[in-house]
Design a protein around this ligand. Structure first.
Ligand code: KG4
Ligand code: ZN
Length: 345
C-alpha cells in the first residue's frame, strides 16, 4: 500500500503546532510553538491573547514544519485539524488554516477530536493494542474509556465535577504556585509527605470520578490555617493532595481491570506527564498483568503529531469534511465528525 502523509494542525489552547505524519505513526516533522510564557504572566490562558498569537504564529509554524521535512505540500495526502474541544477563537485559527490549505492544494480535510488525538499519541512509539483501557486525564477531561478497536469508544466513567488537571491547577493557585500548576504541584509534592488527612471522594461503585470536594477541603484548610496565623506545610499539603487525587484514578482503574479483560492500559492528556501518576498506574497494571503505555513526554502535552496519528484511521475510512466545518468548544468522544462526503477526491 502507498504511504500516506498527513499534514496535521493543532491550535486548541496555547500551543500552535503542525506535523507531517506518515501512515499514522511516523513523525516526519513536528513544530510546537508554545505561548506558555505569555499566559504565565496572567496566571492562566487568556483566550483573546491565545487566538491572536495563533494568528501571528500559524504561517511561521507551517513554513518551519515543511522546511524540516523532505515531503512537499503537493505530496501530502490530507490536511487534518483539531476542531474540538478547546477555546473557540484558538480552534478557529487552525480550522481556517486547514480549510485554506485543503482548498488551495486540493486535499481532503479531516476533522480530529483533540482528546482522541491524546489517545492516539500512544501509537507513536508504541502500538494501540485492543481491547484497551484509556485513562484520559487533562485540564478539561477525566474519563475512563474502553476501546475495542480504532475509534470504538465505550465511556465507563467521567468526572462528575472538576477535571483532574483543573484540580491540580486550582490547588497550585491556592499554594501560590505559578501556572501551569500541575507540574509545580508535583515538584513540591516530591519534597513533602502525605501528612494531611484529606477527605477521599465517596466510593459509589461507579467508574465516575470527583475532585471538587478534595479541592474545596484544601481551600478551607488553607483559609482556616491563615486565619489562625498557623503555618501551612506546602510540600506536605501538595503531597497529600496528589496522593488522594491520583488514588481516585487508580482505584477506579483497578476496579475496571478486574471487570474487563484488556491487553493494555494507556494514559492520555496533559496530566499523563505526571511521573507520580505513571508510577501508580504501573503498580496497578503490574498487579493485573496487563501492558501499560504512556506517550513520550513531548507527545503528552498538546502537539500536532498526535492529531496526524488520530486522523489516519479517518483517512482510511475516507471520513472527510466539507468546507463548512466549524470548531466546537465541547464535544463527546462518541460524536462522529464528518461523513464520507468528499470521498470523490
Ligand atoms: O492536555 P493538556 O495539555 O491540556 C488540556 O487540558 O487539554 O493538559 C494540561 C493539564 C493542566 O491542567 C496541567 O496542570 C496538567 O495537565 N499537568 C499536570 C502535570 N503536567 C501537566 N498535572 C499533574 N502533574 C503533572 N506533572
Ligand atoms: Zn490537550
Amino acid at each position: 500500500m502507498k504511504d500516506v502523509y498527513i499534514l496535521a494542525i493543532e491550535s486548541s489552547c496555547d500551543e500552535t503546532s503542525m506535523a507531517i505524519v506518515k501512515n499514522g505513526k511516523e513523525i516526519e516533522s513536528l513544530t510546537v510553538l508554545t505561548q506558555m510564557d505569555t499566559h504565565a504572566l496572567y496566571g492562566g490562558v487568556v483566550p483573546e491573547i491565545a487566538s491572536r498569537m495563533h494568528t501571528e504564529n500559524i504561517t511561521v509554524v507551517l513554513e518551519e514544519t515543511l522546511k524540516k521535512s523532505s515531503i512537499k505540500i503537493e505530496d501530502i495526502d490530507a490536511i487534518a485539524v483539531t476542531y474540538a474541544p478547546g477555546l473557540l477563537g484558538s480552534l478557529l485559527v487552525g480550522v481556517e488554516a486547514a480549510k485554506t490549505l485543503a482548498l488551495v492544494y486540493n486535499k481532503p480535510l479531516i476533522a480530529v477530536n483533540h482528546m482522541i488525538g491524546h489517545i492516539y499519541a500512544n501509537n507513536i512509539e508504541d502500538d494501540l493494542e485492543f481491547p484497551l483501557l484509556a485513562l484520559i486525564v487533562s485540564g478539561g477531561h477525566t474519563d475512563l474509556v474502553l476501546m475495542e478497536g480504532d475509534y470504538q469508544f465505550k465511556i465507563l466513567g467521567s468526572t462528575l465535577d472538576d477535571a483532574i488537571g483543573e484540580a491540580f491547577d486550582k490547588v497550585a493557585r491556592i499554594l501560590g504556585l505559578k501556572y501551569p500548576g500541575g507540574p509545580n504541584v508535583e515538584r513540591l509534592a516530591k519534597l513533602g509527605k502525605n501528612t494531611y488527612n484529606l477527605p477521599k471522594p465517596v466510593n459509589d461503585d461507579s467508574y465516575n470520578f470527583s475532585f471538587s470536594g478534595l479541592k474545596s477541603s484544601i481551600i478551607n484548610l488553607v483559609h482556616n490555617e491563615q486565619q489562625r496565623n498557623h503555618e501551612i506545610n506546602k510540600e506536605d499539603l501538595a503531597c497529600s493532595f496528589q496522593t488522594v487525587a491520583i488514588d481516585e484514578l487508580t482505584r477506579k482503574l483497578d476496579k475496571a481491570l478486574a471487570e474487563f479483560k484488556v491487553k493494555k492500559v494507556i494514559l492520555a492528556g496533559g496530566v499523563s506527564a505526571s511521573m507520580y501518576l505513571r508510577e501508580e498506574v504501573k503498580k496497578i497494571t503490574d498487579k493485573h498483568n496487563v501492558k501499560f503505555s504512556v506517550p513520550n513526554m513531548k507527545y503528552c502535552t498538546d502537539n500536532a503529531a498526535m492529531i496526524g496519528c488520530a486522523a489516519y484511521p479517518l483517512y482510511l475510512r475516507k471520513e472527510f469534511c466539507d468546507f463548512d466545518l466549524n470548531p466546537k468548544s465541547q464535544i463527546s468522544l462518541l460524536e462522529k465528525t464528518c461523513k464520507s462526503n468528499m470521498s470523490s477526491l
